[in-house]
Design a protein around this ligand. Structure first.
Ligand SMILES: Nc1nc2c(c(=O)[nH]1)N[C@H]1C(S)=C(S)[C@@H](COP(=O)(O)O)O[C@H]1N2
Ligand SMILES: [Mo]
Length: 296
């Protein structure tokens, strides 16, 4: 690497680190509106210096890093904190009027849409950070541990071989306001997976973790409902990487943040331990029909 490249690259990396620090702190600051601007400014500064990087390979690598962070800025924690997620397409015409007993042609029964939610025609992608690089179902492993009789480690392929495959059609309700009905999932029941490990009598809660450092808590009763899946398929195709492939949790009776994508670990616990969003003020249970969005 020649001298100008090394020097500018170091400056750019420093700006990226600072942007990360500001972004990571965003959910905890009192006035999050300023955070997006501060992150964007740091990223703009980094981007402005890219042309001074003479080594093309280094320049392309850094340009990718800058671009990924701009994408994170739109999709990540900040969008949950600051307002509606990008990509949400409102489809109010598909919801019949609340007082309309019989839904009109092509409309969805309003009783299927929880309070404060609207239907989305597409399928927004929502997560903190970036999807994992490698998502090979032969090597991606899910660990069941904690208050179990036997710790279990299974690849996605092994999950499919060891446990009965089930298909469900369930709804996804994101706390930012969108709901996506009639998702066709294929996977195994979380209850069946937990049975392999054998929950100990004191196990009453769990924390599900996913890439990169995401997690959510669930009570064991809710987590073992028949419609809770560890899913690898959606609409009869392999679950797309952006939606959590190779394998994600699906918890239809809870807001979407409990449906951990890129699932890596399920840890059974004797008490309720908060996950990523719960630590930032979101509800421990998160029943959309009760509008359990935030802790009061
Ligand atoms: N690993 C991981 N899983 C996650 C999230 C995340 O940030 N990281 N976000 C959650 C939220 S808030 C929602 S609404 C759903 C969105 O799933 P989708 O991107 O497939 O629509 O994923 C959930 N699972
Ligand atoms: Mo969400």
């Amino acid at each position: 690497m020649n001298a100008p490249t090394a020097e500018v690259a170091a400056r750019i990396r420093d700006l990226l680190r600072r942007a990360d620090e500001v972004a990571k702190a965003a959910p905890n600051v009192a006035a999050p509106e300023g955070v997006r601007e501060r992150v964007a400014r740091l990223l703009d500064d980094a981007r402005a210096q890219l042309s001074a990087v003479t080594d093309e390979a280094v320049r392309l690598d850094l340009a990718g890093q800058v671009a990924r962070r701009f994408a994170d800025l739109d999709r990540s924690a900040l969008s949950e904190v600051l307002g509606p997620s990008p990509g949400v397409r409102r489809a109010p015409t598909r919801i019949a009027a609340a007082d309309d007993a019989a839904p009109v042609d092509g409309a969805v029964d309003p009783a299927r849409v929880p309070p404060g939610q609207h239907l989305t025609a597409g399928w927004p992608v929502l997560h903190v950070g970036s999807p994992p690089a490698g998502t090979d179902p032969a090597t991606w492993q899910v660990v069941v541990t904690g208050r179990v009789h036997e710790r279990v480690v299974l690849s996605v392929d092994a999950l499919r071989e060891r446990l009965p495959t089930v298909r469900t059609t369930t709804d996804l309700h994101c706390v930012t306001g969108w709901s996506r009905l009639d998702n066709d999932w294929e996977g195994v029941r979380l209850a069946d997976l937990l049975d392999l490990a054998g929950p100990r009598p004191e196990a009453t809660y769990l924390v599900a973790s996913g890439h990169p450092a995401y997690s959510a808590n669930l009570d064991l009763a809710g987590a073992t409902a028949a419609d809770v899946l560890v899913a690898w398929g959606h609409d009869r195709t392999p679950l797309h990487r952006s939606h959590g492939g190779p394998v994600r949790l699906v918890v239809p009776a809870r807001y979407g943040w409990k449906s951990v994508k890129w699932l890596t670990e399920v840890r059974l616990l004797e008490r309720d331990v908060r996950g990523y969003w719960e630590e930032r003020g979101y509800h421990d249970v998160a029943d959309p029909w009760d509008e359990q969005r935030f802790r009061s």
